[in-house]
Write a protein that binds this ligand. Structure first.
Ligand SMILES: Cc1ncc(COP(=O)(O)O)c(C=O)c1O
Length: 385
């Protein structure tokens, strides 16, 4: 291993939202989706060189950045994009909100499948649209989109479908066949497909990520793909993301909705993005191996029956585990685990019934995860008493 993901970095001494949420309390933060690892050295070096320059005036997307992005997407997914299709954004929550505002009118509906990353549900309402949800199903030990439920939920006012692919929080990397079903559904109801693929480079299993827009030119024409180096290379605090929108009219609508509201990406974000895309692959490969180790440790602990009352499905992608703790019948689940030194994300804002699910972020050192699992065993033993 060239990169040391075991190396502990004290983030409490930094501006980390994740680590400072619990102040001086002994609670392991396993919530917001950033990782406890330093960014790839190639990224840190590029940032250092840029900082040394010392002048931080307004920037723009350089030719080098655009080339790096086009090359990256081609190399990783065989997707040949035109750099003119790119719209740069300071974040993907921003991208979801811009998409919500760009299409249709106030009162129109945007559909998504739950559980899901909470801004999928808040972006439409922020932008005076209605959020409509359809529950996913747990079938044969995995979470799937429920197309019957989606068909029941869609109405003539539904304008867009927000897809999370790979899926936060259930950890699915959807197959081509599943994505084709999504595309057919969107075509049938003439929906714009907003495909948030921020986790696309964090597929842990031998499943190729398929950008929805690569399914066919017709699908590409109705799709807004949202991507970023932020999750993969652990630079979300640098705020650099992009939308890929092949259809000119759709792109114009999207770009218009950003005008005067969405600021340019900061110059350090651009630098980090380009360096990660050009040179980050060896680091990413080792990261994936490390995250697989963390994922396996959690899944094996559950399989050995050491976490009674807790179930989960296999995690194909992301560094997030979606834990079902419904059998424990806790009244304040997240607070209960905090009392046992564990800071999970509460499942309710993701659309789960209250006190039934928690999300565990395993983008941490193995030592932190081992300690978290020890605390979890003790917490579950206490819950059973
Ligand atoms: C699916 C998904 N989209 C967007 C984001 C956040 O993106 P950003 O920090 O760029 O707004 C996250 C972060 O966890 C996410 O999981």
């Amino acid at each position: 291993m060239r990169f040391d993901f075991d190396h502990p970095i004290d983030r409490r001494a930094s501006d980390s939202r994740k680590w400072n949420r619990y102040g001086g309390r002994d609670i392991l933060p396993l919530w917001v989706a950033d990782m406890d690892f330093a960014a790839p050295p190639v990224v840190v070096d590029a940032l250092r060189a840029r900082v040394e320059h010392g002048v931080f005036g307004y920037g723009y997307e350089t030719r080098g950045l655009k080339e790096a992005t086009v090359d990256y997407v081609a190399r990783r997914y065989g997707w040949k994009i035109d750099e003119a299709w790119l719209v740069w954004l300071p974040g993907l929550v921003c991208g979801l909100n811009v998409a919500a505002a760009a299409i249709g009118e106030a009162g129109d509906e945007i559909l998504c499948a739950t559980p899901v990353y909470p801004p999928f549900m808040s972006a439409p309402t922020n932008q005076r649209r209605r959020t409509v949800t359809a529950p996913m199903v747990r079938r044969g030990g995995r979470w799937e989109l429920d197309f019957d439920a989606l068909e029941r939920a869609v109405t003539p006012r539904t304008q867009q479908f927000f897809l999370c692919s790979p899926h936060n929080p259930v950890g699915r990397a959807f197959s081509r066949a599943e994505l084709e079903q999504v595309a057919a559904f969107c075509e049938r109801h003439n929906l714009v497909l907003v495909s948030d693929e921020i986790h696309c480079d964090l597929v842990l299993d031998a499943i190729a990520h398929v950008p929805a827009a690569t399914l066919s030119p017709a699908v590409a024409a109705r799709t807004i793909t949202l991507m970023a180096p932020s999750k993969t290379f652990n630079v979300p605090g640098l705020g650099c993301s992009f939308a890929v929108i092949p259809h000119a009219e759709l792109r114009t609508k999207f770009a218009r909705a950003t005008q005067g509201i969405v600021p340019d990406v900061n110059v350090l974000g651009y630098i980090a993005c380009e360096a990660a895309m050009r040179h980050g692959e060896p680091w990413r490969q080792e990261l994936l191996a490390y995250l697989r180790g963390n994922r396996d440790l959690i899944e094996q602990t559950v399989a050995r029956g050491e976490l009674p009352g807790l179930t989960m499905t296999h995690i194909e992608a992301t560094y997030l585990a979606w834990l079902n703790i419904e059998p424990l019948k806790l009244t304040h689940a997240a607070a209960f685990f905090e009392q046992h030194g564990l800071g999970f994300s509460d499942g309710a804002p993701f659309g789960a019934a209250k006190n039934t699910h928690l999300r565990l972020n395993f983008g941490c050192t193995r030592a932190t995860l081992i300690e978290a699992l020890a605390r979890l065993r003790r917490a579950l033993a206490a819950a059973a008493r």
